[in-house]
Structures are given as structure tokens and as C-alpha cells.
Design a protein around this ligand. Structure first.
Ligand code: NAG
Ligand code: NAG
Ligand code: NAG
Ligand code: NAG
Ligand code: NAG
Ligand code: NAG
Length: 479
């Protein structure tokens, strides 16, 4: 079966070729191959010429003939499927061109797939009768229309203005396809004539590219009316835009977030949207301007006092660069150097006013202060939430030891004790020892921590100006 077909094909090709080799005296100018849609029509643009120009005499009656399959029709008269004399109209054809002008343009209508074949044109001009056996025309009739073609320029970059078009072959310009796409509404359809005098329906749009176009899929559909417009056949084509763009949305993230304790690692990560992907550089702002500190997606370092500062990254690709906003890195500090500062510094006397200031530093800043005193061996809470404790000196202040505490998010630290020095009095060794013993006890901090925690969870205590006492005052045993 297969062999038979092959033999047949061989015979056919060699036969047609043999006829062409006989040096025909007619030639046509027409496409070599044409595709058409069943239910629609096909315009065959055609011009002919005789080998000897004087052979064709235009004033004579001229018939145009179309022959299918094999130019040698004499053995098979059925291969003559059209004769403009009207004697043969096997196939629905009509020569619309003016034969006297050597125009053999033909309208082939009501196509069906079985019309797919090779066609030869013949001229009968009284004595001059010739078939263009060297100019076969292959016509393919398909049930589904060909996909439209979306044309996008090569190398798309943001900010560039480009023209994007969608075109569909138009074998039957009488009922052209209607093109629609998702780039704009109701684009005007233009029918253009190609160099081979076939037709193309086209829509186009010029757009200025931006990063938002990247990844956008253009879908264009061509709807062909068939069977005298009673039905339509549609074909669709899709193409995705691939647009390169400079870095966008460049940002820095820090891990762990917020404050970092000195001596631990901090990891800054730079991210950016860019095509092609960006590379990153890290900068630290200093008084002398920005200093380039690292390259790469992330920058990790051990936090110390000298690493405190503002950092940012710059994302760069072939199309440009973008700078992130700055991120501040600070090392954390528990309260430090807690001291009670007495003002005025002169020795006090009964009735004079003194201000005790709790001085300390820390990062994040200290948010709570608390005042204690040891009086007659009892530890008492005096006042909370105030950095300065002012009072009028009384006789009972003799021998009292004052402490203050500072708290930030990280820790609580207490000052060393501090005593008022009365006029004409000096701090004795006994007192100093007593102070030291108290410091050791108090430094356990347990009760203070408990106190702070409970304070945090309740509303701030109203400052009445009176001393607030710890419920369970601690009995101390002086040495
Ligand atoms: C075409 O029709 C004319 C007029 O009837 C006729 O003389 C001629 O032989 C026909 N040609 C072919 C190839 O059938
Ligand atoms: C041939 O005739 C067709 C009409 O069917 C016309 O549109 C076309 O322009 C003509 N071609 C030439 C080259 O004159
Ligand atoms: C990225 O930046 C654009 C402006 O350039 C903004 O409109 C968009 O919301 C940003 N996207 C994200 C995810 O931050
Ligand atoms: C960070 O640096 C400090 C001082 O140089 C060092 O003691 C500490 O071990 C370092 N931390 C880490 C996690 O390497
Ligand atoms: C920093 O973060 C990046 C990305 O989140 C991660 O790949 C890297 O391992 C981290 N580096 C350090 C030292 O934690
Ligand atoms: C970013 O681009 C600008 C302008 O093209 C250039 O002057 C600058 O040096 C670039 N910055 C970096 C860090 O590459």
C-alpha cells in the first residue's frame, strides 16, 4: 500500500516534471504555495507571459483554464476543473483579472478541503494554446485557520518605545478576519497587500515599555467569517513580553531585627526586583560620606561600638542602579555607670533642700528609675518613675544610705549607696562597711526585679510626693 503510494507519487512528480522539461511557452507569476480556509475563498494573484511575446495576441478571444494535479490533461480530461469559456465549471472559480492584460487573477470560492491540490494555468488564444507546466501552484485548504502572528521587536528594555503588531493571513480579502487582542480595545484592522499581492490583516500599537510589561502575555485572536458569514472560525496566538529593567523596590532587611547586642552577628540582606538580576554593594554612612563596606546579597558583621551607624545597599544591573533607604544598626547596652549625684555638692544641714539625681546610660534608653534607702537597717522603697528625688533634710536623714536603680528593656542596674554628709561630719569607716554589706545584699536584685515586673504590668503609680513603702520591707542586720 505504502509502496504503491510512493510509486504513484514518483510517477506523478516525474510526469509533471517531464512536461515542464518540454520547455513550455507559457509562464505565470503567482505564489508557489497558498493556504486557504474551508468555507471561505481564495484570491490567486496571477499574471501570465508567453515565451515569445508576439505569440499572445490580446485582441483575440482568450480563455483561461485551470487544471488540477497534472498539467498533462489530455489523458485525464477530468483534471480540467475550470474553463473561462464556461464549458467547465467543476470547481467554483472565476477569473477576475483581465486576460487581455495578461492578468489571470482568479477567485476560488466556497473552498472545501478536498480542493487541496496542485494547479496549473493554461491559456487558449486561438492558435496560441499553452499550459504553464513549470509554474505549479500548490493550494492547501484547511478546516482551521492559521494562527495569527504576533511580532515583537527583539531586546525589550524599559523606557524604550516599541511597536507590537499582530497579523493574520487574508486569503479571502472579501471576508477578512477580525483581529482583536488584549493590548487596547477595538484596534483598527488594516488590510495590507504583500509583495506577492496576497493580503494580510494587521493591528498594531506602539507602547513605551516599563517593568510592569515584563511577563505580560499578549493574546491575539483572528476570527474568520466562513460560509457567507453564517459562521466564524477563530485562531489565537500568545506571546509573553520579556522586558529588562533597572533595579526596583530595593530594600534592606536586618536580622535579628532592631537592636543588636554587642558581640553578636547582625545580618543585613539587600533585595531588589531587577532584570537581569541585580548585584549589590553595601555602604555605611559616616561623617566623611558613604564608605563602601561590602559586596553581595548580604552583609554580616559582629556588632561593636564602631559598627553603629546607617547602612544602605545599591542594586545594580546593566540598565541602572537603585539605592535602598538606610537602616540604622545600634548595639544594645544594659544600663551602665549608675550613680546617685547629690546637688548641691556641699555638706547639708537640717532644713536645706537637696536633689538626688539618678545618672546612668543605656541603649535602648533607660525608661524607669527607682529610689531606695536603708534607714535603721530597713530597706525602703522611696519613690519610683522619677530621675530626680528632691527633699528637705531632717535629722533622721543622718546615717541613711540612698540608692537608685535604672531599667531599660535589657536589664536593671543599681547604683552604689550614697549618704548625705552633714556639716561638720565625715564619713566613718563603720558607715562604709555598712554600705558595702548592703550593696552585696541588694545586688541580688531579686526583689527589685519582681517589683519592676509587677510595675510594668500595672498602671503607673500616682506620684503623691510621699514615700512609697515596699510591702515587705527587708530587715537588715548591720555588721
Ligand atoms: C475551453 O473551452 C473552449 C471553448 O469551449 C474549448 O475550445 C477548449 O478546448 C476548452 N479547453 C480545455 C482545456 O478544455
Ligand atoms: C489583476 O486583476 C485584479 C482584479 O481581479 C486587480 O485587482 C489587479 O490589480 C490586477 N493586477 C494587475 C497587475 O493589474
Ligand atoms: C515597588 O515600588 C513601586 C514604585 O516604584 C510601588 O508602587 C510598589 O508598591 C512597590 N512594591 C512593593 C512590593 O513594595
Ligand atoms: C564579636 O567580636 C568580639 C570582640 O572582637 C568577640 O569577643 C566576639 O566573640 C565576637 N562574636 C562573635 C559571634 O564572633
Ligand atoms: C544572612 O541572611 C542570608 C539570607 O537571609 C542567609 O543566606 C545567610 O546565611 C545569613 N548569614 C548569616 C551569617 O547569618
Ligand atoms: C548609579 O548610577 C549613577 C548614574 O548612572 C552613577 O553615577 C552611580 O555611580 C551609580 N552608582 C553605583 C553605586 O554604581
Amino acid at each position: 500500500m505504502l509502496t504503491d503510494n510512493m510509486l504513484l507519487t514518483l510517477f506523478f512528480v516525474s510526469g509533471a516534471l517531464a512536461d515542464c522539461l518540454l520547455n513550455p511557452s507559457l509562464f505565470i507569476t503567482a505564489p508557489k504555495q497558498m493556504e486557504a480556509l474551508s468555507g471561505s475563498c481564495l484570491i490567486i494573484p496571477c499574471n501570465f507571459s508567453a515565451k515569445q511575446d508576439q505569440d499572445f495576441i490580446s485582441v483575440r478571444t482568450t480563455f483561461g483554464v485551470w487544471i488540477k494535479s497534472d498539467s498533462r490533461f489530455k489523458n485525464n480530461r477530468n483534471n480540467v476543473i475550470f474553463n473561462s469559456s464556461g464549458t467547465v465549471t467543476t470547481y467554483p472559480m472565476s477569473i477576475t483579472g483581465d486576460l487581455s492584460q495578461k492578468n489571470c487573477t482568479t477567485l476560488f470560492s466556497s473552498l472545501i478541503t478536498s480542493y487541496t491540490d496542485t494547479y496549473y494555468f493554461r491559456i487558449e488564444n486561438i492558435a496560441f494554446r499553452a499550459t504553464a507546466s513549470c509554474d505549479p501552484l500548490q493550494i492547501t485548504v484547511q478546516d482551521s485557520p492559521p494562527s495569527p502572528r504576533i511580532e515583537i521587536p527583539y531586546d525589550l528594555k524599559e523606557k524604550k518605545s516599541v511597536t507590537i503588531s499582530c497579523s493574520a493571513s487574508t486569503p479571502c480579502p472579501h471576508s477578512p478576519p477580525k483581529l482583536t487582542w488584549n493590548l487596547q480595545q477595538d484596534p483598527p484592522n488594516n488590510i495590507e497587500e504583500n509583495t506577492d499581492r496576497t493580503f494580510t490583516t494587521k493591528i498594531q500599537k506602539t507602547i513605551t515599555l516599563s517593568d510592569t510589561h515584563d511577563g505580560f502575555t499578549i493574546s491575539c485572536s483572528a476570527t474568520y467569517p466562513v460560509n457567507e458569514g453564517r459562521e466564524v472560525k477563530t485562531a489565537e496566538e500568545r506571546k509573553t513580553l520579556n522586558v529588562s529593567y533597572a533595579p526596583k523596590n530595593t530594600s534592606v532587611s536586618i536580622s535579628p531585627s532592631g537592636l543588636v547586642s554587642a558581640g553578636s552577628w547582625v545580618n543585613l540582606t539587600c533585595s531588589s526586583r531587577a532584570k537581569p538580576p541585580a548585584s549589590f554593594s553595601w555602604f555605611k554612612n559616616s561623617k566623611d560620606g558613604a564608605i563602601r563596606v561590602a559586596e553581595g546579597d548580604f552583609y554580616s558583621f559582629n556588632v561593636t561600638d564602631v559598627t553603629d551607624g546607617d547602612y544602605y545597599c545599591v542594586a545594580t544591573n546593566d540598565l541602572g542602579n537603585q539605592t535602598s533607604s538606610e537602616i540604622h544598626v545600634t548595639n544594645e547596652d544594659p544600663p551602665k555607670d549608675v550613680m546617685v549625684v547629690i546637688s548641691p555638692t556641699d555638706p547639708v544641714s537640717v532644713g536645706s533642700v537637696v536633689n538626688l539625681t539618678c545618672s546612668c546610660r543605656g541603649n535602648p534608653p533607660v525608661v524607669n528609675f527607682v529610689w531606695f534607702m536603708i534607714s535603721d537597717g530597713r530597706l525602703e522603697l522611696i519613690k519610683a518613675d522619677t530621675q530626680v528625688y528632691g527633699f528637705k533634710v531632717t535629722n533622721s536623714d543622718r546615717g541613711r544610705v540612698y540608692y537608685c536603680g535604672c531599667r531599660n528593656d535589657l536589664d536593671i542596674q543599681l547604683s552604689t549607696g550614697c549618704q548625705l554628709i552633714f556639716e561638720g561630719e565625715q564619713v566613718g569607716v563603720e558607715v562604709i562597711l555598712k554600705i558595702l554589706a548592703v550593696i552585696m545584699l541588694v545586688s541580688t536584685l531579686v526583689i527589685f526585679e519582681c517589683w519592676f515586673r509587677s510595675r510594668c504590668s500595672t498602671e503607673p503609680v500616682k506620684d503623691t510626693g510621699e514615700a512609697v513603702y515596699v510591702n515587705s520591707a527587708v530587715e537588715l542586720h548591720p555588721s
